[in-house]
Design a binder for this molecule. Structure first.
Ligand code: GLC
Ligand code: CA
Length: 560
């Protein structure tokens, strides 16, 4: 497969603006803070910056509840700051991807304020309104943030649908006016120089006709809507229409967040000759450590086994090869920190080694890698002990639903699960140095700083040539310079399928082979792989090579 597009060789850096850098002493990150740190991001070597939502928003879900798509949240800055930011990004040869949140708006958006006024309002049909059934909700759908997905509106006497919080009413994509309002808004941002969009839960926008009940297990109070609602019957029609109206008119990079998408779905969304999106974020590898009881969802404390992880990553590498384009990620603002989840943050040595090993695992694969702020210095989960330490509505609502309401878990167990899986783990302030509040702010931050900021911070990472930062920098450089990383064919090393400890795969094109060997455990193991005598060691997280002896979390890549 050819690297026909620049983004096939690109690496993306994700910024959670609220947690990146505060400059005006209010404890909340802002656009000027990002501007101040552009040289740091450039030093890492990435090509694209993706910003989580920076639009006007009441912040019920940290900006994923937008009240005005064409205004900047004043806490973060203003349009002049935005212009300076985008210019600064472009001057440094990078591109800017914005978050596009159009499955829903905030309930404070003008469209919803109008819609709520009554059945005859011209905006009524912008949202999904239904009469109740037998004095209850129109169907059994549950919200991603606990409770029912419907809220009764006294003012206008009907229920409206909200797959997320009640303050995030779902837009009605069946209405062509909704769709064209969205396309206009996207074109408006493109005219400002935005280079692309990361599309929030984009595969949930086409709801099933008739809004039927979803399958529900015994313990679930409301049904998990994802299997029924994701990849809906009109989704490809909508995305092709969006592509014609927006993407085809600009040089853009697009990535769709697509929970519940299989490789077959990914081929439709992001096929190589696609008329929809450039790539997807799929979630299968993020679900391998979920609770087997669907009522408990992601709340569990199991670790993903190497066998499950390898089988899943291999499936995606093989099925998409020559057909579609994937993204490669371990982390984002909704996921726990990779080194705590898949690696080992118990000792400093293991933290550094396992962070590099996991980075090698994905950065040597085919796809576009995404690095989430702080991942490049090996930031860990915060493991906050008390519910009061958490800010995110998902964790707090889940605690009340599963512990207080349904009694499915005791409080201590749920707190253990929250410490592992809460989205707050990703949202603690960026750790820049060892001063108070980690150099993020000189004011008490909106979300607590991870107590380990004195050991783990950017200042330390930049001063240490063996740091995780420089390892990521090298991985990025290799992707830019070695075509085999973007176009080589992936294969598991024969016999590796059942290895519980070591993951070994190759990438191969016409002139180069890479052999990637990764120890997923804290044990020293012995393995023999056929490495030609002409092979050179391309990158490794140890100082020397002990050949068949593979040390804790060792990662090495041979080239021949
Ligand atoms: C996506 C976002 C998440 C948000 C949700 C609702 O999953 O990544 O942060 O809460 O959509 O917009
Ligand atoms: Ca600020």
């Amino acid at each position: 497969m050819e690297n026909t597009h620049w983004w096939n060789r690109a690496v993306v850096y994700q910024i959670y603006p609220k947690s990146f850098q505060d400059t005006n002493h209010d404890g909340v990150g802002d656009l000027r803070g990002i501007i101040d740190r552009l040289d740091y991001i450039k030093k890492l070597g990435v090509d694209v910056i993706w910003l989580n939502p920076i639009y006007e928003s009441p912040q019920v879900d940290n900006g994923y509840d937008i009240s005005n798509y064409e205004a900047i949240n004043p806490t973060l800055g203003n349009m002049d700051d935005f212009q300076e930011l985008i210019d600064g990004i472009h001057e440094r040869g990078m591109k800017l991807v914005m978050d596009l949140v159009v499955n829903h708006t905030s309930d404070q958006h003008n469209w919803f304020k109008e819609s709520r006024k009554g059945k005859d309002n011209p905006y009524r049909d912008y949202y999904i309104w239904r009469d109740g059934k037998d004095g209850k909700e129109p169907n059994n759908w549950g919200s991603y943030f606990s409770g029912a997905a419907w809220k009764y509106d006294d003012e206008s006497g009907q229920y409206y649908l909200h797959l997320f919080a009640p303050e995030q009413p779902d837009l009605n994509w069946e209405n062509p006016q909704v769709r064209h309002s969205v396309y206009d808004m996207m074109n408006w941002w493109a005219a400002k120089g935005v280079d692309g969009f990361r599309m929030d839960v984009i595969n949930l926008i086409s709801k099933p006709a008739g809004l039927p009940d979803a399958k529900k297990s015994a313990d679930e109070k409301y049904a998990n809507v994802e299997p029924l609602v994701s990849n809906g019957h009109r989704i490809h029609e909508f995305l092709q229409e969006m592509n014609r109206n927006v993407m085809s008119k600009h040089k853009m990079i697009t990535v769709g967040e697509t929970p519940g998408a299989t490789p077959e779905d990914a081929e439709k969304y992001a096929g190589l000759d696609n008329k929809e999106l450039n790539m997807v974020f799929q979630f299968e590898h993020m679900g391998l450590d979920s609770n087997p009881n669907p009522a408990l969802g992601k709340w569990d404390d199991r670790k993903t086994s190497l066998k499950d992880l390898r089988a899943n990553l291999t499936k995606w590498q093989e099925k998409l090869y020559g057909k579609a384009w994937n993204s490669l990620y371990w982390n984002n603002h909704d996921q726990p920190r990779v080194v705590s989840r898949f690696g080992n943050d118990e000792t400093e040595d293991y933290r550094v080694k396992s962070a590099k090993m996991l980075a090698t695992m994905t950065h040597m694969m085919q796809g576009t890698p995404y690095i989430y702020e702080g991942e490049e210095i090996g930031m860990t989960n915060a493991y906050f002990p008390k519910l009061e330490d958490y800010v995110d509505l998902e964790s707090i609502n889940a605690y009340h639903q599963l512990v207080d309401d349904q009694h499915l878990l005791d409080g201590a167990t749920m707190m253990k699960y929250i410490a592992i899986h809460s989205r707050d783990n990703a949202r603690t302030p960026m750790q820049w140095d060892d001063s108070e509040y980690a150099g993020f702010s000189d004011h008490q931050p909106w979300e607590k700083v991870n107590p380990n900021y004195k050991q783990i911070n950017v200042k330390k990472a930049l001063a240490d040539k063996n740091s995780i930062f420089y390892y990521y920098q090298k991985l990025i450089e290799l992707r830019h310079t070695m075509p085999v990383i973007t176009n080589g064919k992936y294969a598991l090393v024969t016999g590796n399928e059942d290895d519980d400890q070591v993951f070994a795969y190759t990438r191969q094109n016409d002139d180069t082979t890479l052999l990637v060997i990764l120890n997923y455990t804290a044990e020293t193991v012995s393995r023999h792989y056929d490495v030609p005598s002409t092979a050179t060691l391309l990158i490794s997280n140890y100082e020397d090579d002990q050949h068949d002896t593979i040390r804790p979390y060792e990662a090495k890549v041979y080239q021949f």
